[in-house]
Design a protein around this ligand. Structure first.
Ligand code: T3D
Length: 262
């Protein structure tokens, strides 16, 4: 299923989206953006889908913007592509109240790195790397890199990473807290499938509210965040999954979550 540039496969509550321009290291074209957005929106609206996995075909995850398309389209207003394609993509990924796992199967460069880092749980193959390639070609980091990097790894590392534009090995990325973990290349598929299967039977509604709370914490004061936690706990506490989770605990059995809000 899906289009030419994004493959879509759904099974057991998991929707897997594969960026599919392996000859060009899955660099983003406007066509790929459109297919990815359509696939993400469909997964978001699909009540059967409880977790999304984003990965790349071939030896790379994604090499960022397709620079041949950039040159072909003229460089007069590089900001307009962000406005039309990258910014809505990052906003969609970060505000979707379902978990998104990024399986970084190889190099993630430019906006490809930052789209990966916008996902909720990032697992990388040990041979993968993250490259803030932008300043190599006279551009500034985008797709939320200047927001995400200092928050995840601190300003000193964010400055060096973006200004030197050197590849960061996946293992260092994990050691710095930029991503969740690395696994041996031949274990990536199995590791991500296991995580996705676990999340596919988790209380999706509570996961979505958790994602919202963590996102808002970056701008909230402690007092605002405490109020938010109270409000979200009120919603989660009234959900059938909370009733089931507590009942299952007391009955000493595994819970059967539906993922629904009511
Ligand atoms: O104007 C705007 O749109 C603003 C938005 C900007 C967002 C951005 O993402 S800017 C950053 C764009 N990305 C880059 O600058 C990275 C460019 N790629 C590379 O530096 C290298 O390809 C890598 C370090 C990622 C990997 O190097 P390597 O040696 O393993 O592979 P390669 O030989 O360079 O690439 C293989 C093929 O993919 C090659 O095509 P060919 O010659 O075999 O037909 C190469 O041209 C193509 N490719 C790789 N990255 C891109 C690309 N083609 C178009 N755009 C790319 N970004």
């Amino acid at each position: 299923m899906g289009g030419e540039t994004v493959l879509v496969a759904s099974s057991g509550g998991v929707t897997r989206l594969t960026l599919n321009r392996p000859d060009k290291l899955n660099a983003f074209t406007l066509a790929m953006h459109a297919e990815l957005r359509a696939a993400l929106e469909a997964a978001g609206a699909d009540s059967q889908c409880r977790v999304i996995v984003l990965t790349g075909a071939g030896r790379a995850f994604c090499a960022g913007q397709d620079l041949a398309e950039t040159r072909g389209g003229g460089t007069a207003d590089a900001g307009s592509r962000l406005e039309q394609a990258y910014n809505p993509l990052v906003k969609f990924i970060t505000s979707l109240e379902k978990p998104i796992i990024c399986a970084v199967n190889g190099i993630a460069a430019g906006a490809g790195a930052n789209v990966a880092l916008a996902c909720d749980i990032v697992v990388a193959a040990r041979s993968a790397s993250f490259l803030q390639a932008f300043t190599r070609i006279g551009l500034v980091p985008d797709a939320s890199g200047t927001w995400t990097l200092p928050r995840l790894i601190g300003p000193a590392r964010a400055r060096a990473l973006t200004m030197l534009a050197e590849p960061l090995p996946a293992e260092t990325a994990a050691a710095w807290g930029l991503i969740w973990k690395t696994v041996d290349d031949d274990k990536l598929e199995a590791e991500v499938s296991a995580l996705a299967s676990k999340l596919a039977i988790a209380p999706t509604y509570a996961l979505g509210l958790t994602k919202r709370a963590l996102a808002l914490s970056s701008t909230n004061t402690l007092a605002q965040q405490l109020d938010l936690e109270r409000d979200l706990q009120r919603k989660a506490g009234a959900s059938p999954d909370a009733a089931e989770g507590i009942r299952a605990f007391l009955e000493k059995r595994a819970p059967k979550f539906t993922g629904k809000s009511a």
